[in-house]
Design a protein around this ligand. Structure first.
Ligand code: G3P
Length: 225
């Protein structure tokens, strides 16, 4: 499973990149608003993020029609080579996905909450498909079993020929809120998990690791010089 960080904060991305495991970044309008981002700074902000990470950076196109989504997608894709356009699933997102994909622009289909949505996204050529785990849990459903169903359904087919360069779509486990979600995503074989920085850090924590480290340090002091 590849690890993406789900944030628009360059400091978090820079720190995660130093760990040597960061394969990409996902952002969305809420994450940019959360760091106090300004509209005028958005293009340079995305370029800054794209220069930090050696991998795809998902940036959401905002618009109401396929034409608006495509125009915005083209603008965003021109910012850096590693920009991936995030589009919301729906008639307009689907149509825009096909148009952008046919132009060689990678799309991450977002806000996916069902198997039909995921299969339609694959059919429209999406390079990445993002089932939202936590938000499905939020409404009393089971986000992890939804993710499992989507991975299963997509694995029934050969998707080469629909997307860019004969590549199959990759499933991004998104809206990850806990280490448990990360564990389950890996057990299910999700291609990617996009994880908030705080949760990514927690993935490294374990009380027995802490205890073991303290014990080794203490015993090392007993070693005769
Ligand atoms: O990648 C999608 C993610 O940013 C949504 O997370 O916690 O707002 O549901 P959340």
């Amino acid at each position: 499973m590849k690890f993406f960080v789900d944030t628009a904060d360059p400091d978090e991305i820079r720190e995660a990149a130093t760990w040597g495991v960061l394969a990409g970044v996902t952002t969305n309008p809420s994450l940019y608003a959360r760091i106090g981002g300004k509209l005028a700074d958005f293009p340079s902000h995305i370029q800054q993020i794209c220069s930090i990470v050696d991998g795809p950076v998902s940036v959401e196109a905002v618009g109401n029609t396929r034409d608006e989504l495509v125009a915005e997608g083209l603008r965003l894709a021109a910012l850096a080579e590693n920009v991936v356009i995030k589009l919301p699933i729906g008639t307009e997102g689907l149509a825009a996905c096909r148009i952008l994909t046919d132009q060689g622009i990678a799309v991450n289909m977002t806000l996916v909450f069902s198997v039909p949505q995921a299969v339609l996204a694959a059919r429209a050529g999406a390079s990445y498909i993002s089932p939202f785990v936590g938000r499905f849990d939020d409404i009393g459903e089971d986000g992890i079993s939804q993710l499992a169903d989507i991975i299963d359904a997509l694995s029934n087919y050969d998707w080469r020929g629909f997307g860019i360069n004969d590549q199959e779509p990759q499933v991004i486990a998104a809206s990850i809120r806990s280490v448990h979600h990360v564990t389950q995503a890996a057990l299910l074989g999700a291609d990617i998990a996009t994880i908030p920085f705080a949760v990514l850090k927690k993935c490294l924590d374990h009380p027995l690791t802490e205890q073991g480290l303290a014990a080794f340090a203490k015993d090392w002091e007993k070693v005769i010089a």
